[in-house]
Design a protein around this ligand. Structure first.
Ligand SMILES: N[C@H](CCC[C@H](N)C(=O)O)C(=O)O
Length: 378
């Protein structure tokens, strides 16, 4: 089957989408779609593939220029001469979505932070909350996970992301018959375990409560933690508890005097950045706004560092349950409702580890896995 597309040149990045007139739709798995290297003749690009036999299938090609060929640096991933393609797929955990890069052949990310910003752009790129790299294991771990936020910053850890990472590794048939494996991250060793119901349970390690390690400059209590402490944000006093899950979190159950915060009434776009960039958080912060339904059922919204308002935040949900327990508001096992859906969180007393259980799925937002061919122009 030959696929041709009229594209504007110079092109450096193509978005191949599959459409079909058939009602039921199945797209071959990414790695089974054997595409020839693209050829570019004037402004027509041609691929051939033998993988698509469905006569109703057709592939459309659209070009999104990340940068003109002239100014692409000689070392950039756009210039890789091996097969001329770099494959991405998108996964999400409760709508917190990530471009997953199979980086298992190198400890060097194949996408720079600047390129991650463009790829994450929901208007001109693929659209995602971040880019996650599956890399070879380091210091005895099975794998290494690195992540760039959609603003290009690199956080230490990502809870929804590590569940997507686990699903991605499983889909790459790299589990080798195991249900769990170890992942080296900026937050230390993280252990995801595939569940029989398709969900992923993750040992997220121990929460960090020491103010200087969160980090926060909020004056700590005698035990060096920040629990239900008043801070002023843009002229309003909020009571906050600060927790690190490898990345910093500022958790609030409301303003001074609030009985029970109604999180759906908050204007996150207005208040979120004021917490994120507050001088009391030297590494910026993720901020979780929490409503208590019961001692085992919480609801949260989140303004993420480097990504803004997202549909879910796994490390944030873990930090919320830790903060709720420290403030005497909940039990150790909680359901946390996020805009994208619920997560089950447990802060276990015997090992002091936090466990998170939730889904991880191949993004259906494109109806098919978005296969991004990074073709170098002729
Ligand atoms: N934006 C976060 C990283 C992603 C965390 C979130 N998506 C999660 O699921 O934990 C930060 O800069 O710390």
């Amino acid at each position: 089957m030959t696929i041709t597309g009229i594209v504007s040149s110079p092109i450096t990045y193509l978005n191949l989408r599959s459409h079909t007139t058939a009602s039921s739709f199945s797209f071959p798995p990414i790695n089974s779609l054997k595409l020839s290297s693209p050829t570019l003749q004037s402004n027509t690009i041609t691929f051939t593939t033998t993988s698509l036999r469905n006569p109703n299938s057709r592939l459309s090609v659209s070009a999104i220029s990340l940068s003109s060929q002239e100014n692409v640096s000689q070392t950039s991933f756009l210039d890789r001469r091996e097969s001329g393609v770099l494959h991405f797929v998108k996964y999400h955990g409760l709508g917190n979505d990530f471009i997953m890069v199979n980086n298992l052949d190198s400890m060097e990310p194949k996408v720079t932070p600047e390129q991650a910003v463009k790829l994450c752009d929901r208007n001109f790129g693929i659209g995602a909350d971040g880019v996650i790299f599956a890399m070879p294991g380091w210091s005895g771990a099975d794998y290494t996970m690195r992540i760039f936020n959609s603003d290009g910053s690199e956080p230490e850890m990502c809870g929804n992301g590590v569940r997507c990472f686990a699903k991605f590794i499983s889909d790459l048939n790299c589990l080798n018959g195991r249900q769990s494996f170890t992942v080296h991250t900026g937050a230390g060793l993280i252990i995801p375990e595939m569940q029989h119901d398709g969900k992923v349970k993750v040992d997220m390690g121990e929460p960090v409560l020491k103010a200087s390690d969160v980090p926060t400059k909020i004056p700590p209590n005698k035990d060096q933690s920040v629990v239900k402490t008043k801070i002023e944000v843009d002229g309003v006093n909020w009571n906050v508890t600060c927790v690190s899950m490898g990345n910093p979190h500022c958790v609030t159950f409301g303003r001074e005097g609030d009985q029970n915060l109604v999180v759906d009434e908050l204007n996150l776009a207005e208040i979120g950045p004021k917490f994120e960039h507050h001088k009391l958080f030297p590494a910026r912060t993720n901020t979780e706004f929490v409503q208590v339904f019961s001692r085992s059922h919480l609801k949260m919204r989140v303004w993420e560092r480097g990504a803004g308002a997202t549909l879910a935040c796994g490390t944030g949900a873990c930090a919320v349950v830790v903060a709720a327990i420290l403030e005497g508001r909940s039990e150790r096992n909680c359901t946390v409702d996020l805009p994208g859906g619920p997560l089950e969180i447990e802060w276990r007393e015997d090992d002091n580890h936090v466990y998170m259980t939730g889904p991880a799925e191949l993004a259906k937002s494109k109806a098919v896995p978005v296969l991004l061919i990074l073709a170098h122009a002729a």
